[in-house]
Design a binder for this molecule. Structure first.
Ligand SMILES: Nc1nc2c(c(=O)[nH]1)N[C@H]1C(S)=C(S)[C@@H](COP(=O)(O)OP(=O)(O)OC[C@H]3O[C@@H](n4cnc5c(=O)[nH]c(N)nc54)[C@H](O)[C@@H]3O)O[C@H]1N2
Ligand SMILES: Nc1nc2c(c(=O)[nH]1)N[C@H]1C(S)=C(S)[C@@H](COP(=O)(O)OP(=O)(O)OC[C@H]3O[C@@H](n4cnc5c(=O)[nH]c(N)nc54)[C@H](O)[C@@H]3O)O[C@H]1N2
Ligand SMILES: [Mo]
Length: 579
């Protein structure tokens, strides 16, 4: 099970119901038969093992007095925290209430990813001391920082990660960290030393931290704490360096004994909350989640033109019946509103969406769009036990948004500032950036976005179209295409002009001389294979399965992410062999 179960206001009851069912039917501790929460963060399990949660100490110990006393003995720490800290939703509420005066945000982007993110942003802006450690200079959170600490990214640092199945692997740097960037452990230890704890934070390498972690896991452990790595505490630096991946814990519960005082499993009673009545003002339900080729708040994946090809923009998905009823058209803009806030998305009318529900992706931020902000919409409510927000079901309404003009700008590098119009969204393209835009009123103000240089312009007053190009010598630095009633050419060819030493004479026509091949939307990002090319090949070459498409076009033969999409195309084309 995944986040539809966990990230719910009754997530704890749902997970316990699943676990109870497995216990009652004896499906625990046997290969292939266990409840398994597919959590998504790389090293989410490692984070739990080291106690990176408000609700736990390190090494799988909670705040029971005996555990607090044990951790105090181990670290010779007289001043232990004796109760859980604030979980994320509570923490940002208290930040907003002014109870938290100083905040250090590390490796997360809460101004985007927390529920009711508009309020989170206000709370960050009002906090008197915010520190942000990130691998990217400017994020929606770091713009509120008083101190920014440059952190080394995963490929630049050394340590271990734990998979959800408890496999611990060494991770080794394969790139040098840029500039002053330092690993997070180094930054924390340095702050600890500067605060006066020179010995306690005297680590000079990850192997030392690893040995301490292993010692704590085994410390006063009579077997009731499953997490224990005693053998590793004595390993030297060379052994740590050469460590191969291993899974801790053997086959827990296979012998029918569980981590309870009497060793017996417990069924936890669960309750079914009554389904809340649909409210007239908020008649639909909003679901939020991920796109195949973007990661969370896009601070890193948003840099890649290749990854942008799959889905260039944040879309709100809506069922055709709902769309017709509400006057929403495929490709048009729509405003999605909840009591917490609103955001404008391009509508995608699809029969795969459930009637009465909307889906929006979580990835776009203030850096990458004027709208498309999913995080503004969910309620800041959480499951009472786990503290997980209910990200997947927010009462919502949607309405069509009309605009008078639409257009795009393509620029070498980045625009100096975000376009100031009703709707704009950024797309990474080879050699630069594109922004798709729509708005009302005079579009002339968009000219201010363009860099300086030699300017050529074409105007079609009848269609309200304007096309501007900025050149530097024979090379293109930017184009701006805007229209009220006319069509816009596909951006691809204009983007390719950024890389040409001499710009094409047909530039303002928006296309090369001669006939164009339209590849359609990109399905296979690795090999740049478009939908129309694939459909033509399926029909012309009688391709019958995914490997045959791979052999003919290479599509689906590298990372494999598009293989489900290819399989679906085969089914909809009616030529699939049933396997
Ligand atoms: N490409 C990409 N992959 C990622 C990530 C990413 O950002 N990009 N993030 C990673 C991370 S950190 C995580 S946590 C995972 C998340 O991975 P998932 O949890 O698999 O993905 P989500 O997109 O969050 O969608 C959760 C699913 O639950 C369904 N759902 C909603 N409500 C309910 C309900 O009441 N009951 C049931 N049974 N289902 C429901 C939704 O329709 C949706 O299909 O993805 C990981 N993988
Ligand atoms: N509405 C809605 N909201 C959601 C979800 C949803 O389904 N719906 N899903 C939720 C889930 S499951 C998750 S996991 C969160 C994800 O939300 P976040 O964790 O806030 O999102 P990321 O973009 O992964 O943020 C990680 C940040 O750390 C930086 N970073 C990367 N590597 C390092 C490093 O090694 N060190 C440091 N210091 N910084 C680093 C990145 O540049 C980025 O700014 O979003 C949650 N929010
Ligand atoms: Mo996650």
């Amino acid at each position: 099970f995944s986040q539809g179960v966990n990230q719910s206001l009754s997530g704890t009851d749902q997970v316990n119901a699943i676990t109870n069912l497995h216990l009652a039917t004896g499906r625990i501790g046997k290969p292939g038969a266990a409840p398994f929460s597919i959590t998504g963060q790389p090293n989410a399990m490692g984070g739990r093992e080291v106690g990176g949660l408000a609700s736990s100490l390190a090494a799988h110990m909670d705040f029971a007095p005996a555990n607090v006393a044990r951790a105090a003995r181990f670290w010779a720490a007289p001043n232990m925290a004796t109760k859980p800290g604030l979980k994320a939703v509570d923490l940002f509420r208290e930040l907003g209430n002014g109870r938290i005066k100083a905040l250090w945000v590390m490796a997360t982007n809460p101004a985007v990813s927390m529920p009711d993110a508009g309020r989170v942003r206000e709370a960050l802006a009002a906090c008197s001391f915010v520190v942000v450690s990130d691998v990217i200079e400017t994020t929606d959170t770091s713009v509120h920082a008083h101190v920014r600490l440059p952190a080394a990214a995963w490929g630049e640092k050394d340590g271990t990660v734990t998979n959800s199945d408890r496999t611990i692997s060494r991770q080794r740097a394969f790139m040098a960290a840029p500039g002053d960037a330092k690993p997070d452990w180094w930054i924390i230890a340095e702050v600890g030393r500067r605060m006066g704890w020179k010995t306690a934070f005297s680590y000079d390498r990850p192997a030392e931290i690893w040995r301490e972690h292993c010692r704590l896991s085994a410390y006063e452990n009579d077997g009731t704490r499953l997490f224990a790595l005693p053998g590793h505490a004595a390993k030297g630096n060379a052994e740590y360096d050469a460590m191969t991946p291993f899974r801790w814990g053997g086959a827990p519960f296979a012998d029918g004994r569980f981590s309870t005082p009497d060793g017996r499993a417990r069924l936890v009673p669960v309750g079914q909350k009554p389904v809340a009545a649909q409210l007239a003002r908020w008649p639909m339900t909003l679901n939020t989640g991920r796109y195949r080729d973007q990661w969370h708040t896009m601070t890193r994946t948003g840099l890649s033109p290749k990854l942008a090809r799959h889905r260039e923009e944040p879309l709100v998905e809506i069922h055709p019946d709902d769309a017709v009823r509400l006057g929403i058209v495929d490709g048009g803009l729509a405003r999605v509103t909840t009591p917490q806030g609103d955001s404008v998305f391009r509508a995608s009318v699809v029969a795969t969406q459930r009637i009465g529900e909307l889906f929006v992706p979580i990835h776009w931020t203030d850096r990458t769009a004027t709208g498309g902000r999913a995080g503004l919409l969910p309620r800041p409510l959480a499951d009472p036990v786990s503290g997980q927000p209910g990200f997947k079901s927010t009462p919502v309404r949607i309405e069509a948004v009309a605009t008078e003009w639409r257009g795009f700008v393509v620029v070498r590098g980045e625009l100096a500032s975000r376009p100031d119009c009703l709707w704009a969204t950024r797309v990474a393209v080879p050699g630069g950036t594109a922004w798709d835009m729509a708005g009302n009123g005079d579009a002339a103000a968009l000219d201010a976005l363009l860099p300086k240089g030699q300017r050529i312009e074409a105007v079609d007053a009848a269609r309200g179209s304007r096309r501007v190009a900025i050149l530097e010598g024979s090379r293109l630095t930017a184009v701006l295409f805007v229209t009220r009633d006319g069509t816009l050419p596909p951006r691809d060819w204009l983007v390719a002009q950024l890389s040409e030493a001499v710009v094409a004479p047909t530039l303002l026509a928006g296309r090369a001389p001669g006939v164009q091949v339209d590849r359609g939307p990109i399905v296979c990002a690795c090999f740049d294979v478009g939908l129309k090319i694939i459909l033509a090949a399926i029909a012309d070459q009688h391709l019958a399965d995914v490997p045959a498409i791979g052999a003919a076009l290479k599509a689906g033969t590298n990372c494999g992410s598009c293989r489900p999409a290819l399989a679906k195309l085969l089914v909809t084309q009616g030529s699939a062999h049933v396997a």
